[in-house]
Ligand binder design. Structure first.
Ligand code: PLP
Length: 424
C-alpha cells in the first residue's frame, strides 16, 4: 500500500476520482506557462466554459429578435429565470416553487426581512452571530432602526465560546432561550465565512421557532458547497449569492428561498410587477396579486445577460450528479489537505476550522505561526507563485479546494510549497 500522504497517493486519488473530468468544464487562470492553483472558490468561483456561449446566445437573440426575444424559443426571456429553478431547488434541498434567482444577496436579505422581520414592542429583537459578515450586520441594524427600534437593545449578538471564533450549539441555544420572548428573528449563516464552521440548521430552526421567532439563513458559503435540506429544515427563508461555489460570475444574480407555508399568505412584502401572477401581469391592472411561492417576491424583469452564466454553471452541477457526489469528493479533498497539513506543516499552519467533517465544507481557515506579519509573508509568497487563496483580517488564510475543479495534486502542491517557504 502506498503512503496515504505521498505524491503517488495524490496522483492515484486523482486517477480514481469519478468527477475528475469536470475540471475541463472550467477556465483556469494562467500563471506563467502553467495554471494557477486556485483555492478561492469561496470568494469567486471559476468561469464555466459554457458561460460565454450562454451570454453570446442572449446577445444574438437580442440582435435578431429584439422585443420578440421575450417570447421566442429557445429560452424566451419571459420565463428565462424558470430554467434555473429546478436545478437550484435540488442544490438547496427545496421544492421548486420555494426558490427564485433574483437581485443580489443583500437586496434579497432586505426583501426577506420586510416580510419576516415584523417587530413589535414586546418582540423587537434580531439575534445574529457576533462575527457576522458585515453586510448582514449592516442590513439587520438598519432594519431595526427603520422600524424605530434600537440596535443597542434589540440587536443580540452571540459571542463565540470556542477557540478561534467557533460557536457551540450550546451557546446559540443559551442565547435563544435567554432572549426568546423578545426575539422576532434569528438570522444565522450556514457556514461562518471566517472560520469555515458549518452549523446544524434544522436545530437552529427548531430552537428559534419554539420561541416564536422567525428563522432565516445566509447561505453565501453553503450553497454548492455542502448539501442542504432547506424545505425539511422548515426555515422561514434563506438568501445566498451565486458567485462563490456556484461559479455564476462576479456580482451574479443571487438566490432566495421562502418556505412553502408562506407561499400564499398575505404577509407584507415590497412588491413589484414581476412578482405578480404571470396570467394577470400584462393586464397591467392596479391590484397586485402575487405569484404563489418565492417568485412572488420578484420586483423587476430579470437581467437575462446576468442570468445566462448561472444557467451554464447549473449545467455543470447537473453533470456532477448533484450535491451528494460533490460532497463525497469534497470531504476527501479537504480531509487530504487537513491530513497533509497536520503531518507536514502543522508547526506552521494552525487549522481554525473544525476537524469534524460534519462541521465544515471545502474551506480550511489557517492561521500562521508567528503572527500576522508571518501570515502576510506566506500569503504573498503563495500568490507570487500562483497559489490563490484569500486573506481575512486579522490573520486568517482561507484555502478552499472545490470538488468541481480542484485536484488532490493541487492540495499536495500547496503543502509542498508551504514547506519550501518554511525553508527559506
Ligand atoms: C459573500 C457574502 C455576502 C455578499 O453579499 P452581496 O450582497 O452578494 O455583495 C453576504 N453575506 C455573506 C455571509 C457572504 O459570505
Amino acid at each position: 500500500m502506498t503512503d496515504p500522504l505521498s505524491r503517488t497517493h495524490a496522483i492515484a486519488l486523482d486517477a480514481a476520482d469519478p468527477l475528475r473530468a469536470l475540471r475541463n468544464e472550467f477556465l483556469l487562470p494562467k500563471h506563467g506557462a502553467g495554471e494557477q492553483l486556485y483555492f478561492c472558490g469561496n470568494s469567486l468561483g471559476l468561469q464555466p466554459r459554457g458561460a460565454r456561449a450562454r451570454i453570446q446566445e442572449t446577445l444574438d437573440k437580442w440582435a435578431s429578435d429584439a422585443v420578440e426575444g421575450h417570447f421566442r424559443e429557445p429560452s424566451p426571456w419571459l420565463t428565462y429565470h424558470e430554467q434555473v429553478r429546478e436545478p437550484l431547488a435540488r442544490i438547496v434541498g427545496a421544492l421548486p416553487h420555494e426558490v427564485v434567482a433574483m437581485n443580489t444577496l443583500t437586496v434579497n436579505l432586505h426583501l426577506m426581512m420586510v416580510s419576516f422581520y415584523r417587530p413589535t414592542r414586546e418582540r423587537p429583537a434580531i439575534l445574529i452571530e457576533a462575527g457576522a459578515f458585515p453586510t448582514d450586520r449592516y442590513a439587520v441594524e438598519s432594519q431595526i432602526r427603520f422600524h424605530g427600534f434600537d440596535p443597542a437593545t434589540d440587536l443580540i449578538e452571540v459571542q463565540p465560546d470556542g477557540a478561534d471564533g467557533l460557536v457551540s450549539m450550546q451557546a446559540i441555544e443559551r442565547a435563544i432561550l435567554e432572549h426568546g420572548p423578545r426575539l422576532a428573528l434569528v438570522l444565522w449563516p450556514g457556514i461562518q465565512y471566517r472560520t469555515g464552521q458549518v452549523f446544524d440548521l434544522p436545530r437552529i430552526v427548531r430552537m428559534g421557532q419554539s420561541q416564536g421567532a422567525m428563522v432565516g439563513f445566509d447561505l453565501a458559503h453553503s450553497v454548492g458547497n455542502v448539501p442542504l435540506r432547506l424545505h425539511d429544515s422548515s426555515a422561514d427563508f434563506a438568501v445566498w449569492c451565486h458567485y462563490k461555489y456556484l461559479n455564476a460570475g462576479p456580482g451574479a444574480v443571487a438566490g432566495a428561498f421562502v418556505h412553502e407555508r408562506h407561499a400564499r399568505t398575505g404577509r407584507p412584502r415590497f412588491a413589484g410587477w414581476w412578482g405578480n401572477q404571470r396570467e394577470t401581469r400584462f393586464l397591467m391592472g392596479p391590484q397586485f396579486a402575487p405569484t404563489p411561492g418565492a417568485d412572488g417576491w420578484q420586483l423587476s424583469n430579470p437581467p437575462i445577460l446576468a442570468l445566462a452564466p448561472l444557467l451554464a454553471s447549473l449545467e455543470v452541477f447537473e453533470k456532477a450528479g448533484g450535491m451528494a457526489a460533490l460532497r463525497a469528493k469534497s470531504e476527501k479533498l479537504t480531509g487530504f489537505l487537513e491530513a497533509l497539513i497536520r503531518a507536514r506543516i502543522g508547526d506552521t499552519l494552525q487549522i481554525v476550522t473544525p476537524a469534524d467533517p460534519a462541521q465544515r465544507g471545502c474551506q480550511l481557515s489557517l492561521r500562521v505561526a508567528g503572527g500576522r506579519e508571518r501570515g502576510r509573508e506566506l500569503f504573498d509568497y503563495l500568490m507570487s507563485i500562483g497559489i490563490v487563496g484569500d486573506w481575512r483580517e486579522p490573520d486568517v488564510i482561507r484555502i478552499s479546494p472545490a470538488p468541481l475543479y480542484n485536484r488532490f495534486m493541487d492540495v499536495y502542491r500547496f503543502v509542498e510549497e508551504v514547506e519550501t517557504w518554511q525553508g527559506v
